[in-house]
Design a binder for this molecule. Structure first.
Ligand code: 5GP
Length: 180
């Protein structure tokens, strides 16, 4: 039996500063263009709430449910739409809001899906980007932080549905039971 340990990666203050900077860039780039934000459930729910309150442009909000991880720390590569977008995005500028981008498979799937709904543009904002682990090329123009190649939890990110409520981001390290 292995007991996970939480090692700090980003504290709350640092996350706030990173989101401030990203929200300013989005507000400048999309000035005068009504924007639809699509949050990816469940992991992006806290990031979405903090990001949207810092934007100075009018936005509308919806969520999409995607599942690619079970209770494992590696992607199954099998992507499932668990909740579709409820609003009409045809002819709209869309910004996908993700907690973390890893292989890029989820985003590639979602970008293709939103394009198929007729969006006039699809862009991506992510709190964390594990760029070194890409399996498909997807750009993340609004990335708050380039993350290490580790399994991360907190600030919306889970392991087996735990740790989402933590105010910071942590690396989950598995130690053998009894190890000091
Ligand atoms: P991708 O399809 O890019 O491999 O994975 C994207 C999704 O996998 C993210 O939305 C997130 O749900 C999950 N994911 C990827 N890396 C991590 C990680 O380090 N920690 C957690 N908790 N989820 C991750």
């Amino acid at each position: 039996m292995r007991m996970p340990e939480l090692l700090p990666v980003l504290d709350q203050k640092t996350i706030e500063k990173l989101i401030d900077e990203t929200a300013k860039r989005i507000s400048t780039d999309y000035a005068g263009r009504p924007l639809v934000l699509i949050g990816v459930l469940k992991g992006a729910f806290i990031f979405m709430a903090d990001l949207v309150r810092r934007l100075t442009i009018p936005v509308t909000i919806d969520f999409v449910g995607i599942s690619s991880y079970g209770d494992q720390t590696v992607s199954s590569g099998c992507i499932r739409l668990t909740r579709d977008i409820g609003m009409d995005v045809c002819g709209r500028d869309v910004l996908i809001v993700e907690d973390i981008v890893d292989t890029g498979l989820t985003l590639a799937f979602l970008i293709a899906h939103i394009r198929s709904l007729g969006a006039s543009s699809v862009n991506v904002c992510a709190l964390l980007d594990k760029r070194a682990r890409r399996r498909v090329e997807v750009a993340v123009p609004y990335c708050c932080y380039e993350a290490p190649d580790e399994f991360l939890v907190g600030y919306g990110l889970d392991f087996d549905e735990r740790y989402r409520q933590l105010p910071g981001v942590y690396r989950l390290q598995f130690n053998p039971e009894g190890a000091s």
